[in-house]
Design a protein around this ligand. Sequence first.
Ligand code: CA
Length: 229
Amino acid sequence: MAPVKTILVVEDELKIARLVRDYLEQAGYSVLGAPDGESGLKLWRSHSPDLVVLDLGLPGMDGYDIATTMRRESMVPIIMLTARTEETDKIVGLELGADDYVTKPFSPRELVARVRALLRRVDGGEPGPEKIRAADIEIDVPKMRVTVGETTVDLTPTEFEILKTLAASPGRIFTRGQLLDVLHGISFESYERAIDAHIKNLRRKIEPTPGSPFYILTVYGVGYRFSDA
Ligand code: CA
């Protein structure tokens, strides 16, 4: 049997925290709960959970601060819970390196499905090639390691999956919707701008000149493709 995965839930609203805990436990996960950012970070450091469900609006340190702190130290998968409906807030969360987000009010079932999809991706997902080489980028799939030339770059699970998908088929055009499908396994509502935020992060990490990309090219009005030059 696979070891039980631990999920850290940082959420100050007790009702929501309890609901999320119940559903995740029912799905077979072990759950750690924290009502604020400081105790969340403490639990994260002491227990190294497999995934973090992070509320954006928290007393004291908010979700943005916590995500930024976590990302400085690790690539742990992060799903943001946001009550804010403005698209820009969600995109900011993703730009800070969160892997996914769910907008309140949300269905706990959908959250569990997202957790499962994200963990499956981190575990390697469907079998495929172990190594992908495209231009001077090398992707070691089982190790989730990416090198650009001689430099190793740290990617979040989501950035890794997008790069892996694009680089495995240089020249092939992927629409934002197709990239979303790859990420979620199932197609949820279409957060197409989210893909743009992840691509922006990826470019910042791998492109010599992010403003004038060499590897990941925009296909205007359609999506993205990896350079086949
Ligand atoms: Ca809150």
